[in-house]
Ligand binder design. Structure first.
Ligand SMILES: [Zn+2]
Ligand SMILES: [Zn+2]
Length: 252
């Protein structure tokens, strides 16, 4: 499968969304990859898993275990493990890591199984690689040997210096789609915030972002854009988008 075909699967499932999104790890972006819109459809998802398994085989990654985060609604790891084991003709186990705050934990049985095994880390979308560095730590602690990582879409521009395996090597990251989608590391550098473009709260972390910044920002009642509090107790604000100010107040 080519990168264009893989992207086509995301597009035809309306999974590439345009707006103003807050991503995990505080990044702002005009684009959001709504992976669940694709991965809830097993037929469409299977094309991606087969293609990713083929890419892992092509890169000569030969794991005994594939591990992904538990909360990935997608449960990619079992399917990629299944398709890769068909190609490599040996058993590949699939494990999951449970997320607690910023740490990933394995069940005691999984820790036993992991010891000394070749492991590939798996996730759906790569932005900063937060999940990967968490999982890498967990696998290293359980004495698994990380030989690589796989993602469907590597959208972030971040490098991989955070991902060291126990031998100190940088982990080989295989991605089906490599198209980078621009993002900014925080709201101060985000041109969409500067222009007052409303933040989408249906996908990503926009709702949490607005809740956290409610002392500084709020949603303009006039246009839904981002407004700054000038004097919160007095109810005075200024909207970045429509430049509305409360009735009866003038700025000069
Ligand atoms: Zn923004
Ligand atoms: Zn407004």
């Amino acid at each position: 499968m080519t990168e264009i075909e893989a992207k086509g699967i995301f597009e035809r499932n309306n999974a590439l969304r345009k707006g103003h999104y807050v991503l995990l790890g505080k990044d702002h972006s005009e684009y959001y990859v709504d992976k669940n819109a694709v991965l809830c459809n097993p037929q469409e998802a299977s094309y991606l898993y087969i293609a990713l398994a083929a890419k892992l085989a092509e890169a000569r990654l030969d794991p005994e275990i594939i591990i992904g985060p538990q909360m990935s609604e997608t449960l990619m790891a079992p399917w990629v493990a299944y398709y890769l084991s068909q190609t490599l003709r040996h058993k590949i186990l699939s494990l999951y890591a449970e997320k607690y705050c910023n740490d990933f934990k394995l069940r005691p049985q999984a820790i036993q199984v992991m010891n000394g095994k070749k492991v590939v880390l798996m996730d759906d979308i790569f932005q900063r690689g937060t999940s990967f560095s968490g999982m890498a730590k967990t696998v290293n602690n359980a004495k698994g040997i990380i030989i690589g990582a796989g993602v469907l879409w590597r959208r972030g521009q971040y490098d991989l210096t955070n991902f060291f395996n126990c031998r100190g090597n940088i982990i080989n990251l295989i991605s089906l789609i490599n198209t980078k989608l621009p993002s900014w590391p925080n709201e101060k550098l985000c041109p969409l915030c500067f222009a007052g473009i409303p933040i989408n709260t249906d996908l990503g972390h926009g709702k949490e972002f607005l809740k956290k910044s409610r002392d500084k920002l709020f949603v303009c009642p006039n246009c839904g854009g981002i407004a700054d509090w000038i004097d919160k107790p007095a109810g005075i604000f200024c909207c970045r988008k429509c430049h509305a100010v409360p009735a009866g107040l003038e700025f000069d």
